[in-house]
Design a protein around this ligand. Structure first.
Ligand SMILES: Cc1cc2nc3c(=O)[nH]c(=O)nc-3n(C[C@H](O)[C@H](O)[C@H](O)COP(=O)(O)OP(=O)(O)OC[C@H]3O[C@@H](n4cnc5c(N)ncnc54)[C@H](O)[C@@H]3O)c2cc1C
Length: 409
């Protein structure tokens, strides 16, 4: 007869809650230890309060990591992909609503997701201990893992522990980086951490186009003009930078490069619907159709008004070749990313960097500590916009929970 395993989950965010549920469903006795006063606080902020909790297209390309040499991310999302996420959420009473692949709860409220998770934890008898400050994990060879905290300083013993403390994004929800200290104290390595899914400040002032929304393609380039990453989607310039989904998606890589001492640039294509030649011909054709119009008027209907002024302003339309110059300005507008980007975590939705994926096995167990796992944002993996970060939290929480409970998938 196998004994009931005791599992401590440290941090009650998406990953920790999922880990607790998966371990308890596998028969373990689970304690969910959270240092703030409530569980799942960050969940309420997700998707503007609507909680985009997964995506129908979960693929490796949607994640970044600096340490994924053994394709840990691929292995995790292969075992817990969209179908598994959908089945799990159905099992707790959450029905999905799809918008362009992004899945939200039918109610469009994050609170209903948190409530469903809470009800499941309750049904499974998971012990929830909030206000658990100054947690320490003492790993003892053999099979004892002792967890101490201000509220049980003598410590409590467990068979396994899952560290799911999040990263550094949205600090006020409780993810203050203390999880990294826990992992490092156990001997595992963490990388430098930076903001990700964050607006990108530039060295150029963009006040004249702030507030507009347009479709754009961004290419992140290094000093030698090599492509680092590209993205397409809605762009929302602000006073001194670029926001919107396509900017957020490449922000983590911009931070990683700047953190490594490099300069990085963004080439913006304000008309991604066709290539340079196609755009040139389009303007030429419009100029023939509307010979009475000036360049600003020719662009009406293609771009927001403020953007037309911004794009046309530097071009002398009396000179030969102005359509070529306009094409260059529209399709290859170049900006430098301000190094300040790595200093501001306040608007980031997730963290780039964290526990090195080289230090975990395929089930998220720390290679240096038998029985101790890491799950969620604390790991060196960050997804693009679209439900990928929550998906990664559920996936790593689920896999670590099952294995911590001693049950393989
Ligand atoms: C504004 C915003 C919008 C977002 N929208 C989306 C979205 O729509 N879709 C999506 O996929 N992702 C979204 N994300 C990202 C997503 O919220 C995170 O990826 C996800 O919450 C990470 O889950 P986690 O459990 O790893 O970490 P967290 O949610 O940060 O949870 C960590 C928990 O651990 C606790 N903790 C920390 N340290 C300790 C400690 N030492 N002891 C005990 N407890 C500790 C914290 O208090 C917290 O409760 C958004 C993020 C933000 C900030």
């Amino acid at each position: 007869m196998s004994e009931v395993r005791r599992v401590a989950v440290i941090g009650a965010g998406a990953a920790g809650i999922m880990a607790g549920i998966a371990a308890a469903r596998s028969g373990a006795e689970v304690s969910l230890l959270e240092h703030t006063d409530s569980i799942g606080s960050k969940l309420l902020m997700t998707g503007n309060g609507k909680c985009n909790y997964t995506n129908t297209d979960i693929s490796r390309d949607s994640f970044h990591s600096g340490t994924d040499r053994d394709d840990r991310i691929g292995s995790i999302i292969t075992r817990f992909g969209y179908a598994e996420a959908e089945a799990f959420f159905k099992s707790i009473g959450i029905i999905g609503r799809e918008r362009r692949g992004c899945i939200y709860p039918y109610t469009d409220t994050a609170e209903s997701v948190r409530t469903a998770l809470r009800l499941e934890l309750k049904r499974l008898g998971v012990e929830i201990v909030c206000g658990c400050k100054n947690i320490k994990i003492i790993y003892k060879d053999g099979n004892r893992i002792r967890v101490t905290s201000d509220i049980f300083s003598g410590g409590r013993d467990f068979d396994s522990a899952i560290i799911a403390c999040g990263g550094l994004a949205a600090r006020k929800t409780g993810s203050d980086g203390s999880g990294y200290d826990l992992v490092r104290a156990l001997g595992a390595a963490t990388t430098d951490v930076y903001p990700a899914l964050t607006p990108i400040p530039l060295t150029e002032d963009l006040s004249v186009i702030k507030g507009i929304r347009c479709e754009a393609a961004l290419t992140l380039r290094d000093e030698r003009d090599r492509i680092i990453e590209s993205s397409v989607g809605e762009l929302q310039p602000f006073e001194n930078g670029l926001s919107g989904i396509c900017a957020l998606d490449i922000s983590g890589n911009a931070c990683r490069r700047i953190g490594a001492g490099e300069r990085v640039f963004i080439e913006t294509d304000y008309y991604p619907g066709c290539d340079d030649d196609g755009f040139y011909k389009l303007i030429k054709y419009r100029s023939e159709c509307f010979p009475e119009r000036n360049l600003t008027e020719l662009l009406n209907g293609l771009f927001p008004k403020k953007l037309i002024t911004y794009l046309v302003h530097p071009i002398d339309t009396r000179k030969e070749g102005y359509i070529g110059k306009l094409t260059e300005s529209v399709k290859h507008h170049r900006y430098e990313v301000s190094p300040q980007i790595i200093k501001d975590m306040s608007r980031a939705q997730t963290t780039a960097g964290g526990v090195s994926l080289e230090w975990i096995d395929e089930n998220c167990m720390l290679r240096c500590c038998d029985g101790i796992y890491a799950a969620g944002e604390i790991l060196d993996a960050d997804g693009v916009c679209g439900g990928y970060n929550l998906h990664f939290a559920w996936a790593t929480g689920y896999i670590s929970g099952l294995h911590a409970a001693g049950r393989a998938e």
